[in-house]
Design a protein around this ligand. Structure first.
Ligand SMILES: Cc1ncc(COP(=O)(O)O)c(C=O)c1O
Length: 377
């Protein structure tokens, strides 16, 4: 067989195996309006954010021209790092900006995991955290979702010191909260490190949208915590960040390959992220409005009142498929999520409450989910 024939037969058998396991991923048609949008506050369409981005693009061009270690360290990177550390940690930590949240998590998990006495990772953590831990090629204790007592008992049994616990704060698939105060307590006792991925909580949780620490009334602690997150969700832009102590920042900036070996963010994107943060810092009513709307939809659809904008709808696969198809008839996209995005057998629809929803969208939701609504009326 020639080389192309060889490759073709390899691809055909790989495709057949993916099809058999229902693992061929399809992107939804772009003509449909997505109900899983992470633009919770609508900041990607905010006139002030667009203006800041256009101005920076006109002034500095569209591209960053290189890695931050060569030609790409535009001063807007440093401005954004100061702004995000002020917003997320009241300036207690130092900020480091990455080209995506995925890069930030990959870097933090792989760099700091190599120095930990033991590593604990929530079973529902995002792929970017899991992939970072995989790079370590060492044992990771995956603990049952949210079960801080499991972690505490395990540490008592093994006597490991300086553990690293890695968790999302607001879980992207279930929409529930990690027990941050309890995990922080464990870490302080053991002299370890708590890595909190605040991707979905930034802009959505806490009185001013500062995230999980504001929600739980905790201060950022540079000795025991690292916060990560993204500008691509409620901040309506692109890129990721880590907030950490000064020394840790220097270590991370030196060892994080996803920072060193990739092109920096373009000026227009950096300016957009800065502007979004400044809008929120200016006592914006947007996080409060989102929390009120989220409570309403959570109560309606799940019977539980929570300010989380992520509504996780479980049910029989056939029902989920019918609901998804009905929404498509209204021009709305909400695909059924399968393994490995969610655990096996826990297929669901994941609705992201958005301040941009029009009355027409809300009407379509009420119509589609009328039976679920009936349960809680
Ligand atoms: C919990 C969580 N962490 C990290 C990321 C990665 O962020 P980004 O899209 O900026 O790479 C995502 C987004 O998919 C996420 O949901």
């Amino acid at each position: 067989m020639s080389d192309p024939d060889n490759r073709n037969s390899f691809l055909s058998s790989l495709l057949t195996s993916l099809e058999e396991k229902s693992k061929v991923k399809k992107m939804p048609p772009s003509s449909l309006l997505s109900l899983s949008s992470n633009d919770y506050l609508g900041l990607s369409r905010h006139p002030g954010v667009i203006e800041a981005s256009v101005k920076a693009t006109q002034q500095f061009g569209t591209g960053a021209t290189g890695s931050r270690y060569l030609s790409g360290n535009h001063p807007l990177n440093l401005k954004l790092e100061r702004t995000v550390s002020r917003f997320k940690s009241k300036g207690r930590g130092s900020g480091l900006v990455f080209s995506s949240g995925y890069h930030a998590n990959l870097s933090v998990a792989s760099v700091f995991g190599s120095h930990a006495g033991a590593i604990y990772s929530d079973s529902e953590n995002h792929a970017s955290l899991i992939d970072g831990l995989r790079l370590l090629k060492r044992q990771v204790h995956v603990y049952p979702h949210g079960d801080w007592e499991w972690v505490k008992m395990h540490l008592q049994k093994t006597g490991a010191s300086h553990p690293m616990i890695v968790t999302e704060s607001l879980f992207s698939m279930s929409g529930d909260f990690a027990p941050i105060p309890e995990l922080y307590g464990i870490i302080r006792d053991k002299g370890g490190l708590l890595v909190i991925d605040d991707a979905h909580a930034t802009g959505t949780l806490g009185k001013n949208g500062r995230g999980a620490l504001e929600y739980f009334s905790l201060d950022f602690d540079p000795d025991f915590m690292i916060l990560t997150g993204t500008f691509s969700k409620a901040l309506g832009s692109l890129g990721g960040f880590a907030i950490l102590g000064e020394k840790s920042r220097t270590v991370l900036a030196s060892l994080a390959r996803p920072l060193v070996y990739t092109t920096a963010l373009p000026p227009g994107i950096l300016a957009a992220s800065c502007r979004s943060l400044e809008i929120l810092e200016d006592s914006s009513p947007l996080p409060g409005r989102l929390q009120a709307l989220s409570r309403q939809w959570q109560e309606n659809l799940t019977g539980v009142s929570t300010p989380s904008p992520i509504v996780s709808l479980r049910g029989r696969l056939s029902t989920l498929r019918q609901e998804s198809a009905k929404l498509a008839q209204f021009g709305l996209s909400l695909p059924v999520l399968h393994h490995p995005t969610v655990p096996e057998g826990e297929e669901r629809l994941r609705l992201s409450v958005n301040l941009t929803w029009t009355p027409r969208v809300e009407e379509a939701l009420r119509d589609t989910f009328s039976e679920r609504l009936g349960e809680f009326r």
